[in-house]
Every structure is written in structure tokens, then in C-alpha cells.
Ligand binder design. Structure first.
Ligand SMILES: [Zn+2]
Length: 252
């Protein structure tokens, strides 16, 4: 029983890691209902969750969730104590707090950019979360924490990505990074600029030498040294480099 539960969790975690770019430490947003259920079922969230999700886990909540728990008074005092130990993540309701469920829903807006898990016992919130793609849902059932299987919306989103051959955002980033590393994008531009710089100075320095006849004896030696340095640095440029110093020597 326990082994199959762990296996399902591992498979579901793989789904979110591969398709939506989830990685450690896993960010879990918890609400008051989840804390209350954990308290009732004597579940140590902090101890159990990392093992179940298979990696380091960051438990967090929002100011709105804490405010709501405070307002609900004695009955949820224990849940409030649990929630207070979590990291408080910044939400957009600083001036006017909203309900915990509204706040948690807002935290995953726009394709869940911070890769939050949502941990709740609130069925209304869970239904809304499931309608969005890429938000893993955690709840407590029969004294155990359960990671819900990917929602229809998540599956449909992945299906759409595969059929349209769209690349997930996190993969696009790594592709562009790889392209730069392999020299497919920016290095080419840089090389072109450098070539222009090398070709430029030589004709100009030749002109100056012609004007100042008195310094002719000293200057050519210095310019030669500079040219030699450049030649050593860039082997492919040697043919271009040789032609210009050659013409200098002929003039001098
Ligand atoms: Zn809020």
C-alpha cells in the first residue's frame, strides 16, 4: 500500500519536473485547511513531505492565509501556530488582505511561474487549481499526504506542447544557453567586430607616419611589435595581417 503510494508520487513528480520545470527545493504553498487537517491527523508536514516528494521542500504560505487564520479564532489556533512557522511569501494583497483561497489562487497566476505546489483541503480551491495547468495539488486523506495525479488541464497542456512541437519555457532558456556555448549565436557577431578593429588601425597609422618625417625611424619598430602581438593572438587573421605590414615596410 505504502510502496504504491510512493511509486505514484515519484511518477507524478517526474511529470511535473519534465514537463513544467519543477526542481528542488520544491515550493509548497499551504493554507489553513491543510494545516488543520495535518494537526487532526497528527501528520508532521515538515518531516513527511520531503521524503514523499523525493527532494528538499520549502514550506510557505502568505500573509492573507495567516490573517484569515487569526480572524477565525480559537478553533484554528493550532493550525495558525503551524502556519506561522512557514516562510511568508509576498502576495499582491498587502493593503487589503483577501481570503486564503483567493490569495493562493493568485499566487499561481500566469502559468505558475514560481513552480508552487498548492496544499489544501478546500475543495472549491482544489477544483479551481485543477482547471489550470502545471500546479501540483497536495491534500490529506486517510491520515496521509497525497500528491494528486496531474489534472486534465495539465495533461491537455502537455499534449498541446507535444503535438504543436512547442518547447516549454524552461527548455527554451537552456537551448539558447547551449547555442551560445556552442558558438552558434553571439560568438559569430563578436568575431566580425574584432576583424573590423584589426583592419582599421593599420592604414591610419601609416598615414600619420608619412606626415611626421622626423619620427619615421622610431615609429615603425613600435607598430611592428603591435602587429606581431595581434598576429600571435589570431592565427586565422595572419594572411590579412601580413599584407598590411608588408606595404608599410615598402613605404618606409
Ligand atoms: Zn494575499
Amino acid at each position: 500500500m505504502k510502496i504504491t503510494r510512493q511509486k505514484h508520487a515519484k511518477r507524478n513528480m517526474g511529470f511535473y519536473k519534465y514537463n513544467f520545470g519543477f526542481r528542488e527545493p520544491f515550493q509548497v504553498l499551504l493554507d489553513g485547511t491543510f494545516c488543520q487537517a495535518a494537526l487532526r491527523n497528527k501528520i508532521q508536514i515538515r518531516e513527511q513531505l520531503p521524503g514523499y516528494l523525493g527532494g528538499a521542500t520549502q514550506l510557505c504560505t502568505t500573509r492573507c492565509v495567516l490573517k484569515e487564520l487569526e480572524s477565525l479564532g480559537k478553533e484554528l489556533y493550532g493550525a495558525k501556530l503551524i502556519a506561522q512557522r512557514f516562510q511568508v511569501r509576498h502576495c499582491s494583497h498587502f493593503k487589503s488582505p483577501v481570503s486564503g483561497s483567493t490569495c493562493l489562487l493568485s499566487m499561481t497566476e500566469g502559468d505558475n511561474p514560481h513552480h508552487y505546489f498548492t496544499a489544501t483541503q478546500d475543495q472549491t480551491l482544489a477544483t479551481k487549481i485543477k482547471k489550470r495547468a502545471g500546479i501540483p495539488l497536495l491534500f490529506i486523506i486517510q491520515n496521509t499526504i497525497v500528491l494528486d495525479k496531474p489534472s486534465a488541464a495539465s495533461l491537455a497542456s502537455v499534449q498541446a506542447m507535444q503535438t504543436n512541437k512547442l518547447i516549454p519555457e524552461h527548455q527554451k532558456e537552456s537551448i539558447s544557453r547551449l547555442k551560445e556555448e556552442q558558438g552558434l549565436v553571439k560568438p559569430l557577431e563578436a568575431k566580425k567586430r574584432k576583424r573590423k578593429r584589426i583592419a582599421g588601425p593599420n592604414p591610419l597609422s601609416c598615414l600619420k607616419k608619412k606626415k611626421k618625417k622626423g619620427q619615421e625611424a622610431t615609429q615603425p619598430t613600435t607598430t611592428k611589435k603591435k602587429v606581431n602581438r595581434k598576429r600571435n593572438k589570431r592565427k586565422p587573421e595572419t594572411t590579412a595581417g601580413i599584407v598590411q605590414p608588408g606595404s608599410q615596410n615598402a613605404e618606409a
